[in-house]
Design a protein around this ligand. Structure first.
Ligand code: GAP
Length: 452
């Protein structure tokens, strides 16, 4: 079975070094988390899998890594200064703060008092001062989504790569939102990472590409280990659509706390490039964009055969790294009975996502020969470059197996006294717990085949 409760996942994350409360030794702060030795590996592997599928395995997508600090002008044109807010309500009795949609029957959810304020808009963007003088005249926003810098770099990427439409720009990076009520562990946080693709297409082909990317993204999540039956596609209702969207389909996942959005796939039409371009009146922009008197660059594309310029439409699959992380942990977490008296917790992550690819365990920590062989095996497997290989030289073998089951290590390799006689090691499979002897000379190919 998968994890029963969020508490079980939170507990495993702390116990095994996946996720810690940020600033914990000073009391912590809501909505911020730190990723520990196992967490950083899983997160990197998840991001790497996305990057591979978007950039390396395709021939129509380029990558980008843009700055987090954004000029206010960018977020004015994007519509965020005007619209990126949640209605905020204060309880005058217990001083708690709520989003409007959390208030039921006009009462504070905490103390049940009816003495609450009217909702007022609260902009979710963080600001910071730029330069040595903090007089409010020169500030930047911490980007609330990664994609705006993809739009502002549209021409740079186009010119430097000679791409034609359709093509995409992919980016992974931090985004910041001053959420009023961060909650459900890493599901809704104030600092998170997004994996965003902005795919530029000709107007008229947008509906086709929108459907294409919805299918592709669902397929990708299933390949990462998400059970198809826990995914649901939801067409966002017209009145709920973001200001830039013609249509959005949310990929919903059945998280431990309920069904919620894992990723959104939006048809952003010509809103973004149309809003950030100079000479807007040269184009037939259909979206309701703010007048732009500051941009220095035309963000259109010229159809060479017709010599005609147009603003490309954008299809955007936008996924949250933390939500993916949580969904994958939830899927992988299994509690299994070994026999009448014993059970184990095992993370059945897909091997490419596992934080540790293989653990090499010397059975006797004080036997020089055994330790030396173990270190050599570790070094050789590490060189293959599939991810972190760990020399596990503490604890007894039973404890090591338990620990590596809980962090999802696909294979454990034990070096023992028999190794000294016949050059073979014990290889234990995480999923089946089966153990077999393999000659050290065949370990490299066994390891490579396992991950392929
Ligand atoms: N560029 C489009 C965009 O940002 P969004 O639906 O606001 O759209 C996209 O965010 C994804 O980012 C969401 O599907 C979710 O996975 C993730 N996300 C958004 N806000 C988040 C938060 N406060 N904490 C964690 N992840 C978040």
């Amino acid at each position: 079975m998968t994890a029963k409760t969020m508490e079980e996942i939170v507990s495993l994350c702390k116990r095994r070094g996946f996720i810690f409360q940020s600033n914990e030794i000073y009391g912590g702060i809501k909505g911020l988390y730190d990723y520990g030795p196992m967490g950083v590996e899983l997160k990197n592997n998840l991001k790497q899998a996305w990057w591979k599928s978007m950039v390396y395995e395709r021939d129509d997508i380029e990558g980008l890594d843009a700055s987090i600090l954004s000029l206010p002008l960018v977020l004015k044109q994007s519509g965020h200064e005007e619209t990126f807010s949640d209605p905020l309500i204060d309880c005058r009795s217990c001083k708690s703060r709520w989003r409007d949609d959390q208030i039921e029957e006009g009462k504070c959810p905490n103390c049940k008092s009816k003495d609450i304020t009217d909702p007022r808009p609260f902009n979710l963007m963080f600001k910071t001062a730029i330069g040595p003088v903090d007089d409010g005249s020169s500030f930047a926003y911490l980007r609330p989504e990664t994609c705006q810098q993809i739009f502002t770099n549209f021409k740079n990427v186009l010119d430097s790569t000679s791409r034609t439409i359709p093509f995409g720009i992919a980016q992974i990076g931090k985004a910041f939102r001053n959420e009023i009520t961060p909650r459900n562990f890493i599901f809704r946080v104030r600092e998170f990472e997004q994996m965003e693709l902005e795919f530029f297409v000709e107007p008229g082909s947008d509906d086709k590409w929108h459907k294409y990317w919805i299918d592709k993204r669902v397929e990708w999540w299933i390949n990462q280990g998400i059970d198809k039956s826990k995914i649901k596609l939801v067409n966002v209702e017209k009145k709920e659509l973001s200001h830039y969207s013609k249509a959005t389909v949310d990929i919903m996942y059945n998280f431990p706390h309920g069904e919620e959005e894992l990723e959104g796939v939006a048809n952003r039409t010509d809103f973004d490039l149309g809003s950030h371009t100079k000479n807007q009146n040269e184009f037939n922009i259909i979206s309701n964009v703010l007048k732009n008197e500051n941009s220095t660059t035309k963000l259109g594309f010229q159809k060479l055969d017709e010599k005609k310029w147009y603003i490309p439409y954008v299809i955007e699959p936008s996924a949250g790294v933390e939500r993916g992380f949580l969904a994958l942990l939830n899927e992988a977490y299994k509690e299994e009975k070994i026999d009448d008296n014993n059970y184990r917790i095992v993370l059945k992550l897909k091997p490419h996502l596992s934080p540790i690819k293989a653990a090499v365990i010397p059975l006797k920590k004080n036997n020089e020969k055994i330790v030396k062989i173990s270190k050599n095996i570790k070094k050789n497997l590490q060189k293959i470059g599939l991810g972190r290989v760990m020399l596990e030289n503490s604890g007894n073998i039973g404890k090591n197996y338990r620990r590596h089951d809980e962090i999802g290590t696909p294979i454990c390799i034990t070096v023992d006294f028999e190794t000294l006689d016949d050059n073979s090691v014990t290889v234990r499979d995480r999923n089946t717990m089966e153990q077999k002897r393999i000659n050290i000379d065949s370990l490299d190919s066994y390891y490579i085949n396992y991950f392929n």
